[in-house]
Write a protein of this length. Structure first.
Length: 101
């Protein structure tokens, strides 16, 4: 069994759709860089919402880990902590789901 870690981010309001898209792309790029920095990540996917549902989140991250311990190490890793600090400039809300698969 492995652990799936899913995080959805809602970005702050931006004056234009173009600015919000650029912000989402910045968050996406920063998240994707974690895959090369943290070896314990088994699978990693980041997407930007393309739909228009008003209840949708803006950015999603789906990652997989071999164990709970690996997930905890990932969460404490300096690169992940750096992303959290970076993301405070963009996101206003997040939701997380962790489960076995």
């Amino acid at each position: 069994m492995m652990i799936r870690h899913i995080v959805l981010f809602n970005l702050k309001d931006y004056p234009s759709a173009e600015e919000k898209r650029k912000a989402a792309e910045s968050v996406q790029a920063e998240l994707l860089s974690l895959k090369d920095k943290i070896a314990l990540i088994r699978a990693f996917e980041v997407g930007i919402n393309e739909g228009e549902n008003p209840s949708a989140y803006d950015v999603s991250m789906i990652s997989s880990f071999a164990s709970w311990d690996d997930l905890k190490i990932y969460q404490a890793h300096p690169a992940h902590q750096s992303f959290i600090a970076f993301n405070k400039n963009f996101s206003v809300k997040k939701v997380i789901v962790d489960y076995f698969f």
